[in-house]
Design a protein around this ligand. Structure first.
Ligand SMILES: Cc1cc2nc3c(=O)[nH]c(=O)nc-3n(C[C@H](O)[C@H](O)[C@H](O)COP(=O)(O)OP(=O)(O)OC[C@H]3O[C@@H](n4cnc5c(N)ncnc54)[C@H](O)[C@@H]3O)c2cc1C
Length: 310
């Protein structure tokens, strides 16, 4: 029984979501291999070989894999899939783009968004925006799994010494082509990797106030900036800051929510944070039910005070 983890990488380094996925793969009970499908990605393969617990890295290098096109990555996974009992992807935009293609081609049911491995064929996953946990058992020969990374600790990035094996890179599928990429550039930590997140809600009232009140606190704490969907829909914050069921799932060491009511769809994205601080002027706000520290206060007074005190 061997599990294959599909690495999330930028061809030079391994992204943190890979490390949590390795932990999930180790819990499946067998050996763990990592596929690094990229172009000129030798450095990423070397980094993958150092992940604790990984016994083999398969490096597939091809120009067809340069832009992470889902059709080509899926074909690369399928080329070696027969060797594996479990194929695990991080439940990121990339992983969720490739995994269903692999599952469909293997004619198996995808097991999505797992948060726990009970046994090699039984997994737990949140349903109803995290309000219930389903235990699912699969009798498929190959388990194709996406891993909710906040459910698993990160494997150590160093300490391993896996062998690196090269696999022939697949040819371009011709089904899609890379046109361009517009990447948001930010000095702040990326939300899903941030240790601290400062998040604002509809109460901020405008994009200007969001920046004026929330950004200095985030700067002081070297935190990522998040937002509720109401704040995003109102244009106070960009789309990729949204935390929640239809946004990003985060579990930082510290999550500070200011002017966020705590709707279940928001809680679904942040309630696994280690310490939650809520600032809300309504003492009945549901966010206080998950908060470790709650402050009933006007955020326009409390947040600047907090920023100045730090
Ligand atoms: C299918 C679906 C998916 C969804 N996905 C998401 C999602 O991914 N993420 C998400 O966040 N939401 C999501 N939502 C929306 C969610 O239901 C809520 O509408 C949203 O989270 C509310 O955002 P909010 O808390 O900022 O706004 P509100 O609910 O309007 O709350 C504002 C809060 O600010 C407080 N407040 C007001 N003024 C001040 C002040 N001066 N100082 C302090 N506190 C103040 C109020 O007491 C209130 O609690 C989804 C909804 C649906 C139906």
């Amino acid at each position: 029984m061997t599990a294959l983890v599909i690495a999330e990488h930028d061809h030079a380094s391994i992204k943190p979501a890979t490390l949590n996925t390795v932990t999930a793969a180790l819990a499946c009970g067998g050996e763990v291999h990592v596929l690094v499908a990229g172009a000129n990605a030798a450095e990423a393969a070397k980094a993958a070989a150092q992940i604790a617990g990984v016994t083999k890295v398969i490096a597939a290098d091809s120009p067809s894999l340069a832009e992470n096109l889902a059709e080509n990555v899926a074909a690369q996974v399928l080329a070696i899939a027969a060797n594996y009992s479990h194929i695990l992807f991080p439940s990121t935009a990339n992983g969720k783009n490739v995994a269903p293609r692999v599952a469909a081609k293997l004619d198996v049911a995808q097991i999505s968004d797992i948060t726990k491995v009970d046994s090699p064929d039984t997994f737990e996953r949140p349903i109803y925006a995290g309000n219930a946990i389903a235990t699912v058992q699969s009798s498929d020969a190959t388990k194709v799994i996406t891993v909710r990374t906040t459910g698993f600790d990160a494997a150590a990035a160093t300490g391993g010494s896996a062998a690196i094996e090269t696999a022939e890179g697949v040819a371009d599928s011709g089904k899609s082509s890379f046109v361009g990429r517009e990447v948001t550039k930010s000095e702040r930590p990326e939300l899903t990797a941030a240790k601290i997140i400062v998040s604002g809600g509809r109460a901020l009232g405008s994009a200007e106030k969001f920046q004026e009140v929330m950004a200095p606190l985030a700067d002081k704490l070297n935190a990522g900036l998040g937002a509720s969907r109401a704040a995003v829909d109102a244009g106070y914050a960009p789309n990729d800051w949204q935390v929640g069921q239809t946004g990003k799932i985060v579990a930082p060491q510290l999550y500070i929510a200011a002017g966020i009511s705590g709707a279940i769809q928001h809680l679904a994205g942040m309630k696994d944070s280690k310490v939650i601080v809520a600032i809300n002027k309504d003492e009945e706000a549901p966010i206080f039910s998950v908060a470790d520290y709650g402050l009933v206060a006007d955020l326009f007074v409390a947040v600047p005070e907090l920023t100045n005190t730090l």
